[in-house]
Design a protein. Structure first.
Lengths: 196, 275
């Protein structure tokens, strides 16, 4: 079985930040650190590379480093692959922030505990899409439900330039490469150059 | 975690706990290998370790939940460290209590020494995480080597009368060797947008150099010439600089840093020909 996660179409994402705003509103995080962020690659438009946006939050990894490192067992990986954090068990030791290779969990100063994206588990359980996915105007960010077949998403890549997995956690985030002749060509040449 | 304020309790905790556990381990070594009994070192080690554990609570957002740290035993390196810290402290306190009661027990000191050495290993393992660029490789061994070096310097200087024992010089030399590898790894890292996010990174060589001289070089030569209490002061200062530099030089992998590095590499890539 493959767990639930996200699929990001790099060709469609325009970096509007609607996903970030939707996440903030849905989860009441208007004045605290956002769980999702949109990062731009090559915003200065260097001619040797494509420009695209990475909308990232918790990746609900296959082997979550946060869960493995947490001393109090505040993290749980649900059967559908969603990694949830239980505030009532959190010590606020911030070790998950150190172990996560994406520095995803954020410390909430007011509460003295960590917090992170829970893939809108409450919405998923009710048969709805996560808020970020639901708000995406270009349908660039998509929700991938847990699958019993484990079949890979056609044409989707696990890693792209600008997104690496140094700790082999197996993030449940897949990417569709930029399309269009010129952007696709720049994307491919950047990938090849980085491999060298 | 890159903000310095969050690190302060960790610097204090690890400096005190490593010094304490190092003292107890070194006291056990000197007693078992050379017959030098140092009850003061076991007692001082227990006090330092207890102080370190008390200070560590300052790092927690929810201090009263500290007991939950044992829930991850066997899975989480941090839980293992917490449990070993408790065991090491209990064993050192028992050995010190027996000494104070006039019934010194060699076995109690030996067990305390072994548990405190295991605790030092566990401290290194906590920070051996793959998402941290400057905490890899030899960094995991420095709490053990640094703690033992400090303990050996202190016990040698304050308890041993007569010649400097070869074991002390070997422990300090081993720490110097291990630490020099960590220093080399950190010095070899390029100054990129990622590493420069950490304002201390540009000062990494003076910082790591200060630690190297204070904890290893100065005490080594002082011991080689004539054991003097200044060697202990220098080693203690070195241990504090060691812990400060460990956290101050943390460089965590993030997607932001990954993007910055790809953008930096783009500058060296030829623009593909337009088809």
């Amino acid at each position: 079985m493959t767990g639930a996660g996200f699929l990001l179409d790099l060709h469609r994402c325009v970096g509007c930040g609607a996903c970030v705003l939707a996440c903030r509103i849905e989860n009441g995080r208007v004045e605290t650190a956002a769980w999702r962020r949109v990062l731009a690659l090559n915003l200065r438009r260097h001619p040797a590379g494509p420009t695209y946006f990475l909308s990232v939050a918790c990746h609900h990894c296959e082997e979550p480093a946060c869960l493995k490192g947490c001393p109090s067992g505040a993290y749980e990986k649900r059967p559908d692959g969603i990694v949830v954090h239980h505030e009532d068990l959190c010590l606020g030791c911030r070790y998950c922030e150190m172990t996560c290779p994406f520095a995803t969990p954020t410390y909430d100063d007011a509460k003295g505990v960590m917090s992170k994206c829970h893939l809108c588990a409450h919405r998923v359980d009710a048969g709805r899409l996560p808020a970020c996915v639901s708000a995406c105007p270009t349908e660039a960010l998509r929700f991938v439900a847990a699958s019993t077949t484990g079949a890979p998403i056609a044409g989707a890549a696990a890693l792209v330039p600008g997104f690496a997995d140094p700790a082999d956690c197996g993030p449940a985030l897949r990417f569709l490469a930029p399309a269009g002749t010129r952007r696709a060509e720049l994307f491919r040449s950047l990938e090849e150059a980085l491999k060298r | 975690m890159t903000d310095g304020a969050a690190h302060r309790p960790l610097v204090a905790f690890t400096a005190l706990a490593i010094a304490g556990a190092g003292l107890v381990s070194a006291a056990a070594y000197f007693e078992l290998a050379h017959g030098v009994v140092s009850p003061w070192a076991v007692a001082a080690g227990a006090i330092l370790l207890a102080a370190g554990l008390a200070v560590s609570l300052g790092h927690l957002g929810r201090k009263w939940r500290a007991g939950l740290a044992a829930r991850g035993a066997g899975r989480s390196a941090l839980s293992n460290e917490a449990l070993l810290a408790g065991l090491a402290l209990a064993a050192a306190a028992l050995a010190a209590g027996l000494d104070a009661g006039g019934s010194h027990a060699r076995a109690a000191t030996a067990i305390a020494g072994a548990l405190n050495a295991a605790f030092l290993v566990s401290v290194g393992l906590v920070y051996s995480v793959r998402g941290q660029r400057t905490w890899r490789g030899f960094s995991a061994a420095t709490p053990l080597s640094g703690g033992l070096a400090f303990g050996a310097i202190a016990v040698q200087t304050l308890s041993v009368t007569g010649d400097v024992l070869l074991g002390t010089l070997l422990v300090v030399a081993a720490d110097a060797l291990i630490f020099s590898r960590r220093w080399r790894n950190a010095a070899g890292m390029a100054l990129t947008e990622a590493t420069l996010t950490n304002s201390w990174f540009i000062h990494r060589s003076p910082l790591l150099g200060a630690r190297f001289f204070l904890l290893d070089v100065i005490p080594y030569f002082l011991l080689a010439v004539s054991p003097a209490p200044f060697a202990v002061v220098s080693a203690a200062a070195g241990l504090i600089v060691d812990r400060f530099s460990f956290y101050a030089l943390a460089v965590q992998h993030t997607t932001e840093h990954e993007i910055a590095e790809v953008e930096a590499q783009m500058a060296s890539i030829d623009r593909p020909a337009r088809s």
